[in-house]
Design a protein around this ligand. Structure first.
Ligand SMILES: *Cc1c(COP(=O)(O)O)cnc(C)c1O
Length: 240
């Protein structure tokens, strides 16, 4: 199958998963994770009506933003692209992405928040972010522990007026059976709902819960994801 057919198939799966729990499928945004893929593949997805793209490296994201400009058949859709940075952001790269992305999914430390605040303030900009939650408590992954998220959020609100926290991104262990991470998705959804209520009108307007990848996005939708980040099911296996 080609990229456009894959997108249709994933969208159908999302709609089915949403329907099965009484959610409106339009509440779920599909983010096409185009890391390692050329700008031509982004153009192909654009022509299928996808506008949200996810990248996990700053250099690659900026290069692709530039390369896509040369693809004539996509030219009128390019202004509508929303670039999402979904991978760990190093502090020395923050400066180069101010004003270049729609959403950072991976705010994972206080030091990173302070750097974003500094650079955004200097540019008179602000950045929309999600707090990355290390839902499974995995030592090798970054992210805020679930029970630290409230404290972390209030710190960011207090210290970083140029950061808008829009929700959470869950990272969960890779498993062969997605049912094994349903509980973690459910807990992250509960945390999201609690923080959304607690901070509404008090410095954080939560609208996005980013969770689910190729192997587990259907379960994530059933558990309340508003964004799923899907690479392999759209673009095929990645070759590094
Ligand atoms: C690569 C990546 C994805 C997409 O993974 P697939 O399994 O290919 O869908 C999603 N989220 C993050 C943070 C990633 O790095």
């Amino acid at each position: 199958m080609g990229i456009q057919a894959n997108i249709t198939a994933v969208e159908n799966e999302i709609a089915e998963a949403a329907d099965s729990v009484g959610r409106n499928p339009s509440e779920v945004k599909l983010i096409a994770v185009s890391k390692t893929r050329p700008a031509e593949d982004v153009a192909e997805a654009l022509l299928a009506g996808t506008f949200e793209f996810g990248e996990n490296r700053v250099r690659e994201l900026l290069d692709k933003q530039r390369d896509i400009q040369d693809i004539d058949r996509a030219i009128d859709k390019i202004p509508n692209i929303r670039w999402n940075l979904i991978g760990h952001l190093q502090r020395n790269k923050v400066k180069s992405i101010i004003n270049k992305i729609a959403l950072l999914h991976s705010l994972d430390s206080h030091r990173l928040a302070r750097e974003i605040e500094l650079r955004a303030a200097a540019e008179g900009a602000s950045m929309d972010v999600l707090i990355q939650v290390n839902a499974g408590g995995e030592a090798q992954k970054t992210g805020i522990a679930p029970d630290e998220c409230g404290k972390f959020l209030s710190l960011v609100i207090a210290e970083c007026p140029h950061i808008r926290v829009r929700g959470l991104m869950a990272v969960v262990p890779f498993v062969s059976d997605p049912e094994d991470v349903r509980g973690l998705f459910r807990q992250t959804r509960a945390l999201y709902d609690r923080l959304k209520d607690e901070y509404a009108g008090k410095g954080a307007d939560f609208t996005e819960l980013s969770m689910g990848m190729t192997g587990d996005y259907k379960v994530a939708v059933e558990e309340g994801a508003t964004m799923v980040r899907v690479g392999t099911a759209i673009f095929g296996e990645r070759v590094y």
